[in-house]
Structure formats: structure tokens, C-alpha cells
Design a protein around this ligand. Structure first.
Ligand code: 5GP
Length: 136
């Protein structure tokens, strides 16, 4: 079955669309974390970052910057979070690649799932070595 976002792409259900090109679409989140919370999706139905070819990653990133600039001009937030969830464990609920643009103002009550942790020197060194090897 098509994702809810594919149904928006094809006009089967309504959305407050704000930008569209051949590869990407941006619209307002139906349950915004803050005023101006927008989503940028690739039109092709692919679940997460690891599924996208590089050209679609680039296309969504460019649309994200374009929409973020418009939000910045119109709403003049004091900051913005760019959030992208992959997998249910990471909070993804719609399995169709999308990037959240969440405008922020000092003192707002937006919650993000993040608590700073600890990384020992030995863990850091081992992880750094593993990742460098995987990326070489
Ligand atoms: P996720 O948790 O997967 O990263 O984010 C999914 C987002 O899609 C949520 O912020 C949710 O509010 C939004 N959303 C889910 N269904 C709809 C819909 O039908 N229309 C719009 N505009 N947003 C939706």
C-alpha cells in the first residue's frame, strides 16, 4: 500500500504544500512541533536515508535549504532544527524518507529526543578505528 506521503504526492489526500519540483515536495506537518514545522520528502517512495541514491539525498538537501531559507524570511525564528528519523527505534512513524524543518525560538517547549552521554577514550578510539576502516 502506498505511504501516506505518496498519497499526498499523488493528490489523493490534502496537504498544505509549499514547494514542489520534479524530485521533491515540501508541505506543512499536520501536527507541528513548532509554528512553521515543515516536511521535505523525495517523491519516490523510499523508506530511509540508506535507501536513497546520492542524487535524491542531494535533491532533498537542496529543497530543505530552500524551504528553510523561506521559513527564516517569513517567520524569523531564532534557530531551526533539521531532523531526519530512520527506523521505528529512532522515532520514524512514516516510512517514506522525509526531513523535518523545525523553527525554534528561545524558551519554546519543543522536545527533542537527546540526552548527552559519555564516551570513554578507549571506546572512542575503537569506534573511530572501526568507522575509518569501513569508510576507507
Ligand atoms: P517521523 O516521526 O516519521 O519522522 O515524522 C512523520 C511526521 O509526519 C510527523 O511529524 C507527523 O505529524 C507527520 N504526518 C503524518 N501524517 C501526516 C499527514 O497526513 N499530513 C501531514 N501534513 N503530515 C503528516
Amino acid at each position: 500500500m502506498a505511504s501516506i506521503f505518496s498519497r499526498i504526492v499523488h493528490g489523493e489526500i490534502p496537504a498544505a504544500k509549499i514547494y514542489e519540483d520534479d524530485l521533491t515536495l515540501a508541505f506543512l506537518d499536520i501536527n507541528p512541533a513548532s509554528h512553521g514545522h515543515a516536511l521535505v520528502i523525495c517523491k519516490q517512495e523510499l523508506a530511509g536515508l540508506l535507501d536513497l541514491p546520492p542524487e535524491l539525498v542531494a535533491a532533498v538537501a537542496q529543497t530543505t535549504q530552500r524551504v528553510a531559507r523561506a521559513i527564516n524570511t517569513v517567520l524569523q525564528p531564532e534557530g531551526m532544527n533539521i531532523v531526519q528519523n530512520n527506523g521505528a527505534a529512532a522515532g520514524q512513524t512514516v516510512f517514506h524518507y522525509h526531513v523535518h524543518i523545525i523553527p525554534r525560538w528561545g524558551g519554546d517547549d519543543v522536545l527533542l529526543p537527546w540526552r548527552p552521554g559519555q564516551l570513554s577514550a578507549s571506546e572512542r578510539d575503537a569506534l573511530q578505528a572501526q568507522l575509518r576502516a569501513a569508510l576507507a
